[in-house]
Design a protein around this ligand. Structure first.
Ligand code: UDP
Length: 342
């Protein structure tokens, strides 16, 4: 079985990707320091896949540990690099925490790929690299604007570091995947999103509110220039997103890439407002969401959604699950999570 190193493989997107890799006959090697995840995720992955997935626990900012692990798995065909801090608001308060972790771990990954001749890299990037674009939908050639947060800047710098690296190390190829808004959970309810403390993101906030853990959802901003005044995003089911990673590693492995660093937008191409998401949640689950429209959240952009034509064409991939599949699976996961806690 072909090994694929999955850094951050115990996280939300990483765990779903490990499952999709295993389903396609790959051998995922998960690296994670468990800073924002838990060992129980591995049980979920193993149950879904009926395998014993390899897990290496260490911190990728440790260059010696990284080198040691990559040497051990030097027969891997590639690396999917998810491991990173991701809370936008925290990154504004603690910028160096984000720069140190996200940048140093990427550099260590690249160095150890090079020294162990591991040829293919998939990098977790984000639509935050675009800021508030002037023209929608966003294509991969939409100009990159000044980052809104240190988190967003680590994704911009990360892409640039990879560019510079592959330009001089032609034996390594990379794809940066620019995610829009991943939500939902695996339909087995064995893995899903595990927010740490009060959720920052919309869907976990909705599901926790409906479950009774939070009193009400605050909808940030009701006077945006959109069809109902609330902000628009391109939500994508995490399982669709995970499948795009498998397609990406296959593209590099088969040397079908047209440049040594390619970029793809991963979304559905459809923009939904916050109120649209609430409606979809209510329709798909039969539950009411208690919400109030409040002031805008600073740093939020008004509207962003993807043009996904390039990803559809080059990866042979298209998001299949709709907004109600997403909201329903997020709710099923929330219910399952709380039932196993009590
Ligand atoms: N949002 C909201 N209330 C919340 C969390 C998010 O109204 O408690 C809105 C947010 O302003 C944005 C959308 O939901 O318009 C998606 O936010 P999220 O934090 O999930 O992702 P982002 O697009 O900011 O990365």
């Amino acid at each position: 079985m072909k090994k694929v190193i999955v850094t951050g493989g115990m996280g939300f997107i990483g765990s779903h990707t490990a499952v999709e890799l295993a389903n396609k006959g790959y051998d995922p090697i998960i690296i994670d320091n468990l800073s924002n995840s838990s060992l129980s995720v591995l049980d979920g992955i193993n149950k879904i896949t009926n395998k014993n997935v390899t897990f290496e626990k260490f911190d990728l900012t440790d260059s010696i540990a990284t080198e040691h692990c990559f040497q051990k798995h030097k027969d891997a065909i590639g690396v999917i690099h998810f491991a990173a801090y991701k809370a936008v608001g925290e990154s504004v308060k603690l910028p160096n925490k984000y720069y140190k972790n996200n940048i140093l771990s990427l550099i260590n990954v690249l160095d150890s790929m090079y020294s162990n001749n591991i040829p293919n890299l998939i990098f977790s990037s984000s639509c935050t690299v675009y800021g508030q674009p002037d023209v929608l939908p966003v294509t991969e050639s939409t100009p990159i604007k000044k980052a809104n947060s240190p988190y967003g800047f680590t994704k911009q710098i990360g892409e640039q570091i990879i560019n510079d690296f592959v330009n001089v190390n032609n034996e390594i190829s990379a794809i940066s995947l620019r995610y829009f808004n991943p939500i939902g959970a695996h339909d087995s309810c064995l893995i899903g999103e595990l927010p740490n403390g009060i959720p920052n993101n919309l869907l976990p906030y909705i599901t926790q509110t409906v479950y009774g853990i939070r009193e009400k959802l605050h909808v940030f901003g009701g006077d945006y220039n959109t069809h109902d005044g609330t902000a628009i995003r391109d939500y994508i089911h995490v399982v669709d997103l995970a499948k795009a990673h498998v397609k990406s590693i296959e593209r590099l492995e088969k040397k079908k890439n047209e440049a040594n660093h390619e970029f793809f937008n991963l979304g559905t191409g459809i923009g939904y407002s916050v109120l649209d998401v609430i409606n979809a949640f209510e329709k798909s689950t039969g539950r009411k969401v208690n919400y109030e429209i409040v002031a805008k959240r600073s740093g939020d952009v008004e509207a962003v959604y993807a043009n996904t034509e390039i990803a559809n064409k080059h990866l042979g991939w298209k998001a299949k699950l709709n907004i109600e599949d997403m909201t329903k699976s997020a709710w099923d996961w929330e219910e399952k999570l709380n039932s196993t806690k009590s």
